[in-house]
Design a protein around this ligand. Sequence first.
Ligand SMILES: [Zn+2]
Length: 282
Amino acid sequence: MRIFDPHIHMTSRTTDDYQAMYASGVRALVEPSFWLGQPRTSPASFFDYFDALLGWEPFRAAQYGIAHHCTLALNPKEANDPRCTPVLEELPRYLVKDGVVAVGEIGYDSMTPAEDVALATQLQLAAEYALPAMVHTPHRDKLAGLRRTIDVVAESNLDPEHVLLDHLNETTVKVAADSGSWLGFSIYPDTKMDEDRMVSVLRSHGTDRVLVNSAADWGKSDPLKTRKVGDAMLAAGFSEDDVDKVLWRNPVAFYGLSGRLQLDVPAPEALHEGNSILRGGE
Ligand SMILES: [Zn+2]
């Protein structure tokens, strides 16, 4: 089973995770820039983080045979902090970089006027820089947040076909699908979507334009959830081709809209032979 995790925050994960992901079939991933938990107090903190997502983290992933790409943006939560909003002015110089495959994660957290501005501005940047957009839908007030997101996308210059609406569930999948956008589902260990609910959504909705991710980060999460969904699909009677479509071809098609996917990372053994395996502190 080959797996592309289209949303995972590896900065918060260990090398054991990289190893286990590789062993489970993960060969490529996208790391969206997001809220680090600790509030940032200046744009410079974002730029160091963006540079890490473009340099250090792809290097670390490659040691484990995994192709790493990122999406960059001012995240919805910090869009409310005036100390952070100047990031929007500097974002264009990052969006031209090779490792960036979308603008994201953008969207709504609390649906404030500041979030309206950040979302509309960044959808416009995505259109200008010919990148797709990865849009987070709020965990609270989900359906209202999704509807408002779809309205803002419709008012933007970006095609809905170039937008991924993430963190969907049974209550939001139909409205999201009707908008013409791609559909992202984050699978969590004990709350929100789990693998069995995901299989039910795939049964009723089908596999078209569906992406499944672990959204693993610094909270309780599981970087192997993509594999567990693949196994659950097979157990439920989906074919290997269905699994490959959801876990590989769909994310490749969506992020391939950037024209920047590089999926040819050598297997880790080849790297180990050269004795270049990464060790902490060296
Ligand atoms: Zn995320």
